[in-house]
Design a binder for this molecule. Structure first.
Ligand code: ZN
Length: 109
């Protein structure tokens, strides 16, 4: 997956993790021009090399979202996430909310 975004001047290039690592190491070694793949040779004079999760995080933070302990972005209108919440059918035929992180609870499918 091309999840890394390399910005050089006004141009953006989408790189795989392997390509991003190769680019970073080549810059460290002092290369001036780096052939990332046969069709892409670029300057070592970059503006940024970021994983797309950084771009998503910036957008989420600007939108006022917060990140729960499970790594998911939550809207500011809710204070506790429901990542581990599930519902089980009781003997009475009603649904009961359970937290799958609590000890001893397994959800059968
Ligand atoms: Zn969560």
């Amino acid at each position: 997956m091309k999840d890394w975004i390399l910005t050089i001047g006004i141009d953006k290039y989408y790189l795989t993790e392997q390509e991003a690592n190769f680019y970073s190491k080549s810059v460290e070694r002092g290369a001036k021009i780096i052939a990332i793949r046969p069709t892409l040779s670029v300057s070592s004079n970059l503006q940024s090399l970021v994983h797309k999760s950084e771009v998503e995080a910036t957008k989420a933070i600007e939108a006022g979202k917060w990140q729960c302990t499970h790594g998911n972005w939550q809207p500011k209108s809710i204070r506790t996430c429901s990542c581990t919440k599930s519902y089980v059918l009781t003997e009475e035929g009603t649904y009961r909310e359970v937290d799958t992180e609590e000890k001893g609870i397994t959800i059968e499918s």
